[in-house]
Design a protein around this ligand. Structure first.
Ligand SMILES: [Zn+2]
Ligand SMILES: [Zn+2]
Length: 136
């Protein structure tokens, strides 16, 4: 039982790495089921969620959309294309610790974490929008 669980966890973690660009739980499931045909969707979702809770993966919440998962644990930020939903990394100098410290100084809450997602247009969607604008 323990062995099966370990294999499932390793396969799920590997799938997130192989998919690379912040897959959703559904995309991870589709990848994992190629290797473990008997695994259930619920098992994949549950494992992703618990691995994120334990800090083995990062979970990126997208308002109105499915959560994305990231195997890159170093502090970085994300930009979401509001047209097609593409999600990419942004590496900034400001450290997460500094932002957390600032937020804690300004708030009476004890803040442990935060989510920050920039919104914009990916180069592909921007090119399409520019081309459309030129027609008018
Ligand atoms: Zn886009
Ligand atoms: Zn990322």
């Amino acid at each position: 039982m323990e062995t099966r669980n370990t294999i499932q966890k390793q396969t799920i973690l590997m799938a997130v790495k192989e998919l690379a660009n912040h897959p959703t739980a559904e995309q991870v499931y589709e990848k994992v089921v190629e290797k473990l045909p008997n695994i259930s969707r619920a098992t994949v979702y549950r494992n992703l969620s618990s691995m994120a809770d334990r800090g083995l993966l990062h979970r990126i919440g997208v308002p109105g959309g499915a959560d994305h998962y990231d195997h890159t644990l170093e502090t970085h930020y994300h930009v979401l294309c509001t047209e097609c939903g593409a999600l990419e990394d942004i590496w900034l100098q400001e450290s997460q610790a500094d932002l957390l410290k600032l937020a804690n100084e300004k708030s009476s809450f004890s803040i442990q974490n935060y989510q920050l997602v920039f919104h914009g247009m990916c180069p592909c969607c921007k090119a399409k929008a520019d081309a459309l604008n030129q027609l008018h």
